[in-house]
Design a protein around this ligand. Structure first.
Ligand code: ZN
Ligand code: ZN
Length: 245
């Protein structure tokens, strides 16, 4: 068993009465360490479905998606799970329900996926930042928690406090796509450009729906001198189910 899985398993057993249940579907873990065998099989199947060949969004019959109009600033997005059902619920429990312990199994799975796709020989992870206001309301940044575990699992360094969110935004759900882009324009800032200069980066976030946030964060990182940016998220929206919340 890998070291992080071991730590995670002991922690889970120690802290939670439902320690033998899968953090995704709550069924018995049945000897598995992170998630149950059924969820693991489903996630393997998910990785085999068709994605847009240009940007990695979920696509219908392998066709190019909305990026046919304009290529995003990031090179490609990778999602461990679809943003539906138990995968969506799990990330909501972490993001809105204060269940920060979930960052361990989810982050582990993200790290394992990163090792699998291995986009760059040498890279660094950048968690998508929260504004100071959101940070003080929530008390934690779920992307940072996921990045810590994913980085340790994959053996990739995490550059924390490099990307900052300097402006608060109106909730994206209330806006049309064009307004979303305007809403997010210039909300990020790179604090230490030297840390990203000529580097390949893995921008890490909890979810990817319209992709506007990831695109703007990638644009900011490239402007600061980064070489290339790929996006890694826990869950990625599927066509016809792209709700923001
Ligand atoms: Zn399960
Ligand atoms: Zn695409």
């Amino acid at each position: 068993m890998k070291l992080l899985e071991q730590i995670w398993h002991s922690f889970w057993q120690l802290m939670f009465p439902d320690r033998n249940s899968c953090p995704l579907c709550a069924k018995d873990l049945g000897g598995s360490k992170l998630i149950c065998a059924e969820c693991a099989t489903e996630l393997e199947l998910w990785k085999k479905r068709q994605f847009c060949p240009r940007c990695g969004r979920v696509s219908i019959a392998g066709k190019a998606c909305q990026c046919a109009r304009r290529l995003p600033f990031f090179k490609r997005v990778y999602g461990v799970a679809p943003y539906t059902g138990p995968y969506k619920k799990a990330i909501h429990r972490l993001k809105y329900g204060g269940q920060t312990h979930l960052a361990l199994p989810l982050g582990c799975l993200m790290g394992e996926y990163l090792r699998e796709i291995n986009p760059y020989e040498k890279a660094a992870i950048i968690p998508v930042a929260l504004s100071r206001q959101k940070m003080s309301q929530r008390g934690y940044n779920q992307a940072r928690l996921l990045a810590e575990t994913a980085g340790k699992t994959a053996g990739v360094p995490v550059l924390d406090n490099v990307l900052k969110k300097v402006k608060e935004t109106v909730p994206q759900a209330s806006l049309k796509r064009i307004e979303r882009e305007q809403n997010l324009r210039n909300v990020f800032k790179v604090e230490q450009p030297a840390a990203v200069l000529n580097r390949n980066l893995i921008l890490l976030d909890d979810i990817f729906t319209t992709g506007v946030t990831a695109d703007e964060a990638a644009r900011t990182l490239l402007l600061a001198g980064a070489r290339e940016v790929v996006v890694l998220v826990w869950a990625i929206g599927v066509p016809g189910n792209l709700s923001i919340i």
